[in-house]
Design a protein around this ligand. Structure first.
Ligand code: UDP
Ligand code: MG
Length: 323
């Protein structure tokens, strides 16, 4: 194989503090890879501006105008990390042999790129960047993340453990991903379903280089619920089973009360009644809520809304030169 064309997709949301350093390090990395003959000089680094409110986009245009391999995609508004990532992947996939996705904040180790490219050259279609340890995380994040992986595994979804969105995908793997028509795509859950030969590359996850996390607890919980509901319908089944169990208990209680009634000792049981009303009421609400969560998802999917809208593209090959 001749030197592969490797595109890098980096979603950025209000990243003006880190972008200069990210740009710097990626430039050094790309120069060395191109000089070593490992990647083609037609490779690019594409920053996807996810509707930032700060100077992120003007920084990106500045890097693009330097005339080397930096390019930019500007989304019409903030659509969240997963959508920004997909905007990048789908926009560049026909220019590249493989695309690597990476966070802007340098938590993903840039030096792992070499190994990813090597694995791709060896014939792997998907290379997962897997963090070798979680010591840079807070205890809270580590605990919630691990519980979450276990929960999802228990619900029958297959995630690559300790892998986020630092990965290389070949062009045909991205085309495969595109076949998954759902609008709310939970990337790290769906990529393994695409199939093709895959492998893992280990790296040490660093601290965010500068700025603050763009994933507050609220967004994290939303992503977590999204992950569960898009990968598994087990929660609805659990409700059904629970319902059956409650009916069984009801039958037993019915027999019991009939027997008690026959014996003539019907004592008014206020507390047990109160408890059961609240308990069953709560269970019902939870059940309806869970079912509603899925119906909401179906509703959103049937609308077929676009995942993202690209406002500008700079530094990318013209569309008619697709190869
Ligand atoms: N990001 C994005 N859109 C958003 C939120 C985040 O494109 O609405 C990007 C962000 O710029 C970064 C990546 O997603 O490149 C991961 O975000 P962050 O580092 O804040 O998340 P954390 O590492 O704290 O989970
Ligand atoms: Mg981060």
């Amino acid at each position: 194989m001749t030197n592969p064309i490797i595109y890098m997709v980096v979603p950025c949301y209000n990243e003006q503090e880190v972008l200069p350093e990210t740009h710097n390090r990626l430039r050094i990395k790309y120069d060395s890879l191109v000089n070593a003959g490992k990647i083609s000089k037609d490779s690019r680094v594409v920053f996807v501006n996810d509707g930032s409110k700060d100077a992120t986009w003007s920084l990106i245009t500045e890097y693009e105008s330097e005339g080397s391999y930096f390019a930019g995609i500007n989304l019409s508004r903030n659509r969240g990390h997963q959508n920004a990532l997909m905007a990048g992947l789908y926009t560049v996939m026909n220019y590249a042999d493989a695309v690597i996705s990476m966070d802007a904040d340098l938590q993903d180790d840039i030096d792992a790129i070499d190994e990813m490219v090597e694995k791709f050259t060896e014939g792997y279609d998907v290379v997962y960047g897997v963090r070798s340890s979680r010591d840079t995380d807070t205890f809270f994040k580590r605990f919630t993340a691990q519980t979450y992986y276990k929960l999802l595994a228990g619900l029958g979804a297959n995630l690559v453990y300790n892998h986020a969105d630092f990965r290389l995908m070949s062009r045909r793997a991205i085309h495969g991903l595109m076949e998954f028509g759902e609008v709310n795509l939970f990337l790290r859950g769906v990529v393994p379903m695409v199939g093709y030969p895959s492998c893992e590359v280990y790296y040490k996850r660093g601290q965010r280089f500068a700025g603050e996390s763009k994933y507050p607890l609220k967004k994290m919980i939303a992503l977590a619920i999204d992950g569960i509901t898009s990968l598994s319908i087990e929660p609805i089944r659990i409700i059904t089973r629970l319902g059956m169990l409650v009916v069984l208990v009801g039958i037993v209680l019915l027999i019991y009360s009939l027997v008690q009634w026959g014996k003539g000792n019907v004592v008014p049981g206020w507390s047990s009644l109160m408890v059961s009303i609240w308990f069953i009421g709560g269970m019902l609400l939870m059940a309806i809520g869970t079912v509603g969560e899925y119906i909401g998802k179906i509703y959103m999917e049937t609308k077929q809304r676009p995942r993202f809208i690209v406002a500008d593209k700079i530094g990318l090959p013209a569309d008619d030169t697709d190869h």
